[in-house]
Write a protein that binds this ligand. Structure first.
Ligand code: BGC
Length: 754
């Protein structure tokens, strides 16, 4: 469509739009009139076709984030009020040009522009799973804030983030987009992200609408296969999968996106239980629900409805307001209403939800207020945005293993070998779901690992390079050169892992090892006898048992964004002391999946990791993960003092305070993530062996001690019982405080008395 908009045409549109705007009845209304009244006044003027138009979303042509099916004339549809929203229209000039066409429509209702602003806009931040590893809610909020500021300056009103799907299966490629396996942590992160995106509220020029997605349970796809079915008890849904959505809603999320999957046989789009009963009913959500790409029409493939017309009817009835790229509403909704198969009130309710957001964003006052090229130029990739991205990226790196003395690198190293397929990678650092702006030269914009480390090391340190193999690593031809570099060096840093196309949507993997012969490359380097530091770049937990056992140090670097190279160098040189903690368990083999720390005990729990006879375990694998949820090391050490509980009995609405002293006993400053887990050992429904219920991330100088206080009330003891009531049952509780789910340092008990 951009091709159709000549400069002259744009100018005419601009002048026409300004005039039309001043004459438009809704635009002339006094400020004092409430949004609800303005919506109603406008709704009364709309034809049925125009209403359906507001519920239709098209994708622009700059990127396709799904299968494009629409073959018609988008521009003509916009001009005739048949489109209410777009996605994938990038840049202030393009969003403005589209808006100018919308301003030629009869009622001049502005378009909404949505975009997958998942981890940054022009300045790319670490993938969300990596950000989650920081356990740093303030920085995560800041990352979303910066993404919103940049996107809003480009004319984007609405991001399709945060993804708040709980994911316990690393075969699923979209684990990279979420906050990991834990409901409690993910809920806090959902809150931080929504607050970051929406800032001071809709209407501010640096804020975008947030979208909690994918409603619901998309992360529980059977076998980790994307788009697959979900079969789940109502209790599990309420307790494990829905709380992050509720947290996003409570933080004010303006929109929700439903999901591709079915839940217990009902596709999410057609689920009145999810959308009408829970979301818009019990939770009182007043924002808009957008379908996922094409997912209304996909209910036909699911076998839930016979054709697109029935799909449109099922979706609007179940509470899906906006149709993204299915064309089912556009083609059938008006007819369904005319025939009496769909109540007009349902359509009106959906249209109201869309219009309300357009009013709140201030688009009726000025449809171009976000599409400002001068502001865009001044805002995108500001130096302070890049600095924030670098700081967050360094804090996302999880030090999985460290032999004391190997890191950090410093002037004492005269020669360092930096080898592996990802050392000089450019776009892979951005990871999946990074926005690709058509006019940015990313080869200049992204800091590679090579340039980051080269700049950070003293000029007196010689840095040697060999690729070894490419990411797929199908042969050993380059190994000899890598080994030769290693032989000349005092330490070897090897950068391996996935490329950006190996995780993300539709990127499920049945084998999640390091690709190809990458682990053989590490073996060959290790055989030189030099200390080997492994950097693993990936969008998901990978399996690398040999490396876990033999490497001298392992840093999980995920995909870190525009500043990846600088951030990795910051950690390798000790400018930043690593303090990230895993938000997902790392399996030893795919056969352990799904693997998560907050599992039930079973009637025959394994005796530690050893396979006991008639015990719940494997005859060919240990039960524990390779790296546990919450794990992560530092260049310093922390000592945990004694656990003190201010009372051992809780009654009614009492709270209990747990106090512990944490001391940095090492030689350098560092940050510790102190984690609090609870267990209800006897309950009417069996409860997990441990559940995260609080944490604190603290920075301590060497020798410094800090006293931490954690408050526990009934809510942290509650769960959904068999009748789906949220209850705390009287009895004993166990409290565990530690450095990870597998490194519990302190234990105590208390009781809840009715
Ligand atoms: C994804 C959504 C995304 C949408 C629009 C879909 O394929 O599942 O998460 O927001 O495309 O790009």
């Amino acid at each position: 469509m951009n091709k159709g908009l000549s400069v002259a045409h744009r100018l005419v549109c601009l002048a026409g739009a300004a005039l039309a705007l001043s004459l438009a009845p809704h635009a002339a209304q006094a400020q004092a009139v409430s949004v609800a009244e303005r919506v109603d006044t406008l709704l009364k003027q709309m034809t049925l076709q125009e209403k359906v138009g507001q519920l239709t979303q098209y994708s622009g042509k700059w990127t396709a984030t799904g299968p494009v099916t629409f073959k018609g004339d988008q521009e003509d549809d916009i001009r005739h009020g048949r489109v209410g929203a777009m996605l994938n229209v990038l840049g202030a000039a393009r969003t403005r040009a589209h808006q100018q066409v919308a301003m030629q429509s009869r009622l001049k209702i502005p378009l909404l522009f949505g975009q997958d602003v998942i981890h940054g806009y022009k300045t790319t931040f670490p993938i969300p799973l990596a950000e989650a590893a920081t356990w740093d809610l303030a920085r995560i909020e800041q990352s979303a804030r910066i993404a919103a500021t940049e996107a809003a300056a480009s004319g984007i009103h609405w991001t399709f983030a945060p993804m708040v799907d709980i994911a316990r299966d690393p075969r699923w490629g979209r684990v990279m987009e979420g906050a990991g396996e834990d409901t409690w942590l993910a809920s806090r992160i959902a809150t931080a992200r929504v607050k970051g995106f929406q800032g001071t509220g809709l209407g501010a020029l640096d804020s975008v609408m947030a979208t909690a997605k994918h409603f619901a349970a998309y992360g529980a796809a059977v076998g980790g296969r994307d788009y697959n079915s979900v079969d789940m008890s109502p209790r599990q849904l309420l307790e494990t999968y829905l709380p992050p959505f509720k947290a996003a809603l409570d933080a004010g999320a303006a929109s929700f996106m439903n999901a591709f999957n079915d839940v217990n046989g009902v596709p999410a789009n057609g689920s009145a239980y999810l959308q009408r009963d829970i979301l818009k009913g019990q939770w009182g959500f007043t924002g808009l629900v957008v379908s996922d790409w094409g997912s209304i029409g996909e209910m036909v493939q699911h076998g839930f409805v016979a054709d697109d017309k029935a799909a449109a009817r099922a979706a609007i009835t179940a509470g899906s307001d906006l149709d993204m790229e299915s064309n089912a509403y556009r083609q059938h909704l008006a007819e369904l209403v005319t025939e009496g198969a769909v109540d007009l009130a349902l359509v009106d309710d959906a249209v109201r939800r869309v219009l309300r957001k357009k009013f709140e964003l201030g688009l009726f006052e000025d449809p171009y207020r976000y599409s400002n090229e001068a502001r865009e130029k001044a805002t995108l990739a500001r130096p302070e945005h890049r600095q924030a991205a670098r700081a967050l990226a360094a804090r996302s790196i999880v030090l999985l293993k460290h032999t004391p003395g190997v890191l950090p690198l410093s002037a004492r190293h005269k020669t360092v070998a930096f080898v592996g397929p990802l050392v000089k990678a450019v776009k892979d650092n951005h990871g999946a779901w990074a926005v690709t702006l058509p006019d940015v030269d990313y080869s200049q914009f992204i800091v590679t690992q090579w340039s980051g480390l080269r700049q950070a090391l003293p000029a007196t340190t010689k840095l040697l390079y060999a690729q070894g193999c490419d990411v797929r690593c199908e042969h050993r031809r380059g190994f000899a050169q890598a080994v030769a570099a290693a032989r000349q060096a005092e330490v070897v840093v090897v950068s391996v892992g996935e490329d950006a196309g190996m995780s993300g949507e539709a990127k499920s993997r049945s084998r999640i090892g390091l690709p190809g012969l990458q682990e053989d490359l590490i073996r060959a380097l290790h055989a030189t006898g030099k200390p080997v530091v492994v950097l693993v770049n990936a969008g998901r937990p990978l399996v690398f048992n040999w490396t876990a056992e033999h490497a001298h140090a392992i840093a999980y670097t995920w995909w870190l964004g525009s500043e990846a190279g600088n951030a990795i160098a910051d950690v390798l040189t000790g400018a930043v002391n690593p303090a990230a903690r895993l938000p997902m368990s790392f399996p030893r083999s795919e056969g352990q999946i799904p693997i998560y720390y907050n599992h039930l005990n079973t009637g025959r729990p394994p005796a530690g990791d050893a396979q006991g006879q008639f015990r719940s375990g494997y005859i060919d694998e240990r039960v524990s993960p390779q790296y546990a949820f919450g794990h992560g090391l530092s260049y310093t050490r922390f000592a945990y003092g004694q656990l003190h509980l201010d009372r051992t009995q809780l009654r009614g609405l009492d709270t209990l305070t747990a106090t512990v002293d944490i001391t940095n006993t090492g030689a350098v400053a560092g940050e510790e993530v102190v984690q609090l887990y609870l267990r209800d050992p006897v309950a009417s429904l069996v409860r997990p062996v441990q559940e995260l219920r609080d944490f604190a991330k603290i920075a301590l100088q060497p020798g410094e001690t800090r006293t931490l206080r954690f408050v526990i009330g009934r809510d942290k003891l509650s769960f959904f019982n068999a009748a789906l009531q949220w209850v705390a049952e009287p009895g004993e509780f166990e409290i565990m405080i530690g450095a990870s789910s597998a490194d519990i340092r302190l234990r105590g008990r208390f009781a809840l008395i009715e």
